[in-house]
Design a protein around this ligand. Structure first.
Ligand SMILES: Cc1cc2nc3c(=O)[nH]c(=O)nc-3n(C[C@H](O)[C@H](O)[C@H](O)COP(=O)(O)O)c2cc1C
Length: 330
């Protein structure tokens, strides 16, 4: 294959004490001989065979293996990178005054959450207290649901939830949610568990907004709790179906270039909001899952290289028995 490979924009390297380090990986002295030239070449894109020819070295296999390893670790990339890879670089730019322990110590995290939700940035000056917070029940009753009952979802409710993503017949080229440029670059897939949606067999389906239907892409036997971090495994195990959102760069980058990716993430948030709203109407609970081990199930989706996983949601009837609902990070 003659593909162009690029040094991933989220990846940093340095040569220290004559040894090459790329992010947390140590590549040693021999690899250091190719730097920084290797970086200069690949930041604008290069073909692997050109890279192999470009450097004078007696150790051809070392260079070849290095390139292969860079490809495997996604240091060299040939398509749009994931949000995780893209946003990783922001961590070091943020001046963090909080200790690492707020991530792991329950009490510290609770305190941090209270501090953030209770923040009042401006407290002095002309102020109006707003009124009439009497929202409809669907807004008032919404809450994240993490424990689901085993009751099967009716095909009617399932259809209404996913159908909120369809192409409208009454207004050409639009859907029930807004999208930058009317391009709708987020693709939707749904994994249905066995016996959990009336009349639908277990499997991973592509949601087709044109026909407002779902089409099987994989039996889904390999889509298991192993695709989730431990804190979210119980949520996944109990849900009736999972909705996956994937950004499709082909649909918006031709118009918006890199910003198309950003708009796609915004679209995904709006879609999630609409699905949550319709689910509440149907008496169905949802839980957004921020991060998962998507790589473990990626092959089930049979994607093209322009499709990038963004987000997923677990859906099902709330478990109304005595057991208390889980909280995030439990
Ligand atoms: C982008 C996003 C990611 C989230 N990720 C998780 C998650 O991984 N696990 C989880 O249990 N809840 C997750 N949640 C749910 C939040 O924890 C929840 O919305 C928040 O605690 C407020 O509670 P409420 O939705 O019941 O009002 C996520 C929500 C959003 C919007």
């Amino acid at each position: 294959m003659n593909e162009m490979y690029y040094w991933s924009p989220g990846v940093q390297f340095c040569v220290k004490d004559e040894e090459l380090y790329v992010e947390r990986f140590r590549y040693g002295r021999q690899a250091a001989q190719f730097f920084p030239e290797f970086y200069y070449l690949t930041q604008f894109g290069a073909r692997t065979e050109d890279l192999e020819k470009r450097f004078e070295t007696e150790n051809r296999s070392l260079l070849k293996n290095l390139i292969q390893d860079f490809m495997k670790k996604k240091i060299l990339v040939c398509s749009v990178i994931t949000p995780k890879e893209l946003f990783h670089s922001q961590t070091r730019l943020f001046q963090n005054d909080y200790p690492e322990t707020i991530k792991f110590v329950k009490e510290e995290l609770e305190e941090f959450k209270l501090e953030q939700s209770g923040r009042q940035l401006v407290k002095e000056g002309l102020t109006y207290i707003l009124k009439d917070s009497d929202y409809c029940n669907d807004i008032i009753c919404r809450e994240t649901v993490r424990r689901f009952s085993k009751k099967a979802i009716s095909f009617h409710s399932f259809s209404r939830i996913l159908g909120s993503m369809q192409n409208r017949e009454d207004r050409r080229s639009t859907r029930y949610y807004p999208s930058a440029g009317g391009l709708f670059p987020v693709d939707v897939y749904v994994f249905v568990k066995s016996g959990r949606v009336e009349g639908v067999e277990q499997g991973l389906y592509y949601y087709n907004p044109v026909i407002n239907g779902i089409t099987l892409v994989d039996e889904g036997d390999n889509i298991t709790i192993k695709s989730q971090f431990i804190t979210n495994q119980e949520i996944f195990a109990g849900s009736a179906f999972t909705i996956y959102f994937l950004y499709n760069a082909r649909c918006s980058m031709p118009k918006y270039s890199g910003m198309g990716y950003y708009y796609g993430i915004l679209d995904c948030g709006i879609m999630t909001g609409l699905i949550t709203r319709v689910s509440v109407e149907e008496g169905i609970g949802t839980c957004s899952i921020g991060d998962m081990l998507y790589g473990k199930i990626e092959s089930c989706f049979h994607l093209n290289k322009d499709q990038i996983f963004l987000h997923s949601m677990e859906c099902g009837y709330k478990d109304e028995t005595e057991s208390e609902q889980l909280k995030e990070n439990e």
